[in-house]
Design a protein around this ligand. Structure first.
Ligand code: ADE
Length: 233
């Protein structure tokens, strides 16, 4: 039977899902509260991991070890790196890259994790396709596309850094957890997908746009996750 781990970095990314679930147990590990129960008929564990890649990686490992989840969904917001992605639109991961991993001095590609030979962590194709299909059916007014998530321990808020992420990684959106969740899921052989709604353009306007649009964007992503789990169960 499937059990779906749902990770958001911030309260506003998981609160709506927690409110909609039927809670069975709550367990705390590594200062993170894991809410286990059912959501829309699916067995789920919902958790706010905190911001950044270390929190996200720890959380993924706990979902694997303590809850034996069969699938992982990361829900949240991101900055757009693609001119076709406007605020409020949704990106569903095709793959995810750590944009801040640099061992190029020893011949690795920028973003490649040494020794495991992976630069792009590929999302589960069936989960990603189901997410896109579900989004188009449930939210026909929201533009959604499959794309590349690039992650690092930085809030991207300058056109120069944004251009670098586009040129070097062909990223579609930037955030701070997805690649770590993807990396953890890969090491534990757990299928995953990242769903991110755009809260800003990751450029010089991001500082202003992010606080204005983060809540609405987070809701778009969470609403999709709620529908998606019913079809994954
Ligand atoms: N999350 C939302 N917007 C972001 C940005 N511009 N950079 C990193 N993470 C984000």
């Amino acid at each position: 039977m499937s059990k779906i781990g749902i990770i958001g970095a911030m309260d506003l990314e998981v609160n709506a899902l927690k409110e909609a679930m039927q809670l069975e147990t709550k367990i705390t590990r590594a200062n993170m509260d894991f809410y286990e129960g059912t959501l829309n008929g699916a067995n789920v564990v919902i958790v706010r991991c905190g911001i950044g890649k270390v929190n996200a990686a720890l959380c993924t490992q706990i979902l694997a070890d303590c809850f034996c989840v069969t699938h992982i969904i990361n829900t949240g917001v991101a900055g757009s790196l693609n001119a076709k992605l406007d605020i409020g639109d949704i990106v569903i991961s095709r793959d995810a890259i750590h944009h801040d991993v640099d061992v190029t001095i020893f011949g690795y590609a920028l973003g490649e994790v040494p020794q495991i030979g992976v630069r792009e962590f590929t999302a589960d194709k069936a989960m990603a396709e189901l997410a896109l299909e579900t989004c188009r059916r449930v939210n026909p007014d929201i533009h959604a596309m499959m794309g590349r998530v690039v992650s690092g321990d930085q809030f991207i808020s300058s056109s120069e850094v944004k251009d670098h992420l586009i040129r070097t990684f062909a990223g579609d959106c930037a955030e701070m957890e997805g690649a770590s969740i993807a990396h953890g899921a890969y090491l534990n052989h757990i299928p995953f997908v990242i769903i991110r709604a755009i809260s800003d353009k990751a450029d010089n306007s991001a500082e202003m746009d992010y606080p204005t649009f983060e809540a609405a964007a987070a809701d778009h992503s969470a609403a999709l996750v709620k529908e998606l789990v019913a079809h994954l169960a």
